[in-house]
Design a protein around this ligand. Structure first.
Ligand code: GLY
Ligand code: MN
Ligand code: MN
Length: 347
């Protein structure tokens, strides 16, 4: 990256990128990668931790990380230093500009791009995260019956995850019955499940830093023919997208494969979001799988495939799996079956 951008150093602010590059897991630190070495600046709360868990960097304790990094940049004589604009506030950038003689050059998403292909150790953690979450969800499945509340399920799931060793949730669990399912990112409420409705459960945990992300639809009692029909459209859309996914394919074409199925069923305007996103240290990260995506599938990429149909005031259906792109197509990361009603009995 230094060569392609003609930079002499790069400053890494985003803590997930810092973790990926040098292993630091704390909440305050700044990484400077130069041509002849790398320096990791952190405050006294984290000095010992940083010395024990980082690799390939010299740990420097500093009260003012930006001032210390600026001093190091000037001492090294670096004139052009890259940074990822999306992970830096304008105020902090302005201050850094005053602190150093070097020119700060935005390198857009180049640092994020280093995280896009997962290695075997990352894949193992991603799969372990997914399995932990699935096991926790199975353990609360029997609570999903008429009269129980969305928020009760979300709480019970959270506890079950922590009991199984999860570091936490990768996002706030979505449990949304009936008309609330038409809100793609509904917050669980005290609404009680009613007989005959479909419940969206979008759930994920964090395990050894890595996230899981999966959505199942749980039928409570006998759901209507209409809801069942919409479910089948979403299932076909998800299958079409997965069918299209393999190395070399533009991810917007994977999005299109799902979108075409939903459009053909007359629900084009009821699918407003993208088909998927990357998952790793962050639950949402590069690449994107949507109509505007410029990313191309590559082996080792981990993405979600999550088409949905949302009928305002009535109900919604989304099915989401996380998969890893393989040499010839993809392999599953999440594993709960998505055929109608099979989520817990078939899993
Ligand atoms: N859980 C958020 C998402 O599926 O993107
Ligand atoms: Mn999700
Ligand atoms: Mn997702």
């Amino acid at each position: 990256m230094l060569e392609s951008e003609r930079l002499e150093a790069v400053l890494v602010f985003d803590l997930l990128n810092v973790r990926h590059l040098c292993g630091f897991t704390g909440s305050n630190g700044l990484l400077l990668v130069g041509e002849s070495g790398a320096w990791f600046f952190t405050d006294s709360r984290y000095t010992l931790q940083a010395r024990s868990e980082t690799r390939g960097v010299e740990v420097v304790e500093a009260a003012d990380l930006d001032a210390a990094a600026a001093t190091a940049i000037d001492a090294a004589g670096a004139r052009y230093v890259g940074y990822q604009a999306a992970s830096l506030t304008a105020a902090r950038r302005d201050r850094l500009t005053r602190l150093t003689d070097a020119h700060l050059v935005g390198v857009e998403t180049a640092v994020d791009a280093l995280r896009v292909s997962k290695d075997a150790g990352e894949l193992k953690r991603l799969r372990e995260a997914a399995h932990l979450a699935e096991d926790a969800l199975r353990s609360v499945a029997e609570l999903m019956r008429p009269g129980n509340r969305e928020a009760e399920i979300a709480r019970a799931f959270h506890v079950a995850c922590l009991e199984r060793g999860a570091e936490g949730l990768s996002f706030e669990t979505i449990v949304a019955g009936g008309e609330r399912g038409a809100l793609p990112h509904a917050k669980p409420t005290d609404r009680r499940f009613r007989d005959g409705e479909l419940v969206v459960v979008d759930f994920g945990v964090r395990w050894e830093g890595y996230c899981s992300d999966e959505t199942v639809m749980v039928p409570v009692g006998d759901v209507t023919e209409e809801a069942r029909g919409v479910y089948e459209v979403v299932l076909q859309a998800q299958r079409a997208a997965l069918q299209a996914l393999r190395p070399g394919v533009a991810l917007r074409d994977v999005d299109r494969a799902a979108r075409d199925v939903i459009r053909a069923a007359g629900h084009g305007e009821h699918f407003g979001h993208g088909t998927g996103h990357g998952v790793g240290l962050a639950v949402h990260e590069a690449p994107t799988v949507n109509t505007r995506s410029r990313d191309v599938a590559r082996e080792g990429m981990v993405v979600t495939v999550e088409p949905g149909i949302y009928l305002a005031g009535r109900f919604g259906v989304r099915l989401e799996d996380t998969v890893v792109v393989s040499e010839t197509g993809w392999e599953p990361v999440t594993t709960l079956p998505k055929a109608f009603g099979a989520t817990f009995t078939g899993g």
